[in-house]
Design a protein around this ligand. Structure first.
Ligand code: C5P
Length: 236
């Protein structure tokens, strides 16, 4: 299960990101590099994480015309990242172009449905007439039928999305906390065991691991909870 833990490197310092990678490699599968860190560390940081023997999830959430997104995906794939993200709301042609650009590379496209910072009122204000739960499922369908390899969704949505998209699509879930653990700014959290039981394939975990007094031990506890969730999948 440890290969299915993605540690979010939420820092603006490439050096502290690399220190976290060195300390946690061997205990987790991947490291997520987002917009803040990538703009500081660039492709060189991605290369150094990979040289440390770890896979990279490059989370830049592309959203542009199909031709531009296809080029962005090719550039991400050239860095050898395992996952990269696009916004599913970019539409079918954009999603298909992203999936096509990734084909035959070692990079899998993950589609982001509705950001968890948006509620029904926010969606209405940008012209969506459906509520967030319905939009998530519609975008998950669109992503699936456009050939992308995975979907990022909140743990609260993972069961509904899984029921819609079948087993071959990777579901990647943030907002995970151990029972009783400080949720920080996350409002809708699920335990690692439940997230996996409900159908998540990969968990994105930031502070519960990176800010733990013993990050390696925290990662091991997550892996063990995920194994428990997998054993209960399809059960209760
Ligand atoms: O520290 P924490 O475990 O809350 O970090 C979760 C990571 O997942 C952060 O990088 C955050 O940006 C990301 N994320 C999230 N919720 C989403 C999408 C991404 O928390 N819906």
């Amino acid at each position: 299960m440890k290969e299915r833990i993605i540690v979010a490197l939420d820092t603006d310092s490439p050096e502290s990101a690399l220190a976290a990678v060195r300390s946690l490699s061997g205990e987790v599968g991947l490291f997520k590099v987002g917009m803040e860190l990538f703009q500081r560390g660039g492709p060189d940081l991605v290369r150094r994480i990979r040289e440390a023997g770890c896979d990279v999830f490059l989370d830049l959430k592309f959203h542009d015309i199909p031709n531009t997104v296809a080029g962005a995906v090719r550039s991400a794939a050239a860095m050898g990242v395992r996952f990269t993200t696009v916004h599913a709301s970019g539409g079918k042609a954009m999603l298909a172009a992203a999936a096509e650009a990734a084909r035959g590379t070692g990079t899998t496209i993950l589609a982001v449905t509705v950001l968890t910072s948006l509620d029904d009122g926010d969606l209405a204000s940008v012209g969506f007439s459906l509520g967030a739960a319905e939009v998530v499922l519609r975008l998950a369908d669109l992503a699936f039928t456009s050939g992308v390899g995975g979907i990022v969704c909140s743990a609260k949505e993972v069961a509904a999305v899984r029921a819609r998209v079948g087993k071959e699509v990777a579901l990647v879930t943030p907002g995970v906390r151990m029972a009783g653990e400080d949720a920080g700014d996350q409002k809708r959290v699920v335990t690692p065991a439940d997230a996996v039981r409900l159908g998540a394939d990969f968990l994105v975990v930031g502070r519960p691991i990176t800010r733990a007094s013993d990050p390696r031990e925290a990662a091991r506890a997550f892996a063990s909870a995920m194994r428990e969730g997998l054993a209960r999948r399809g059960g209760d």
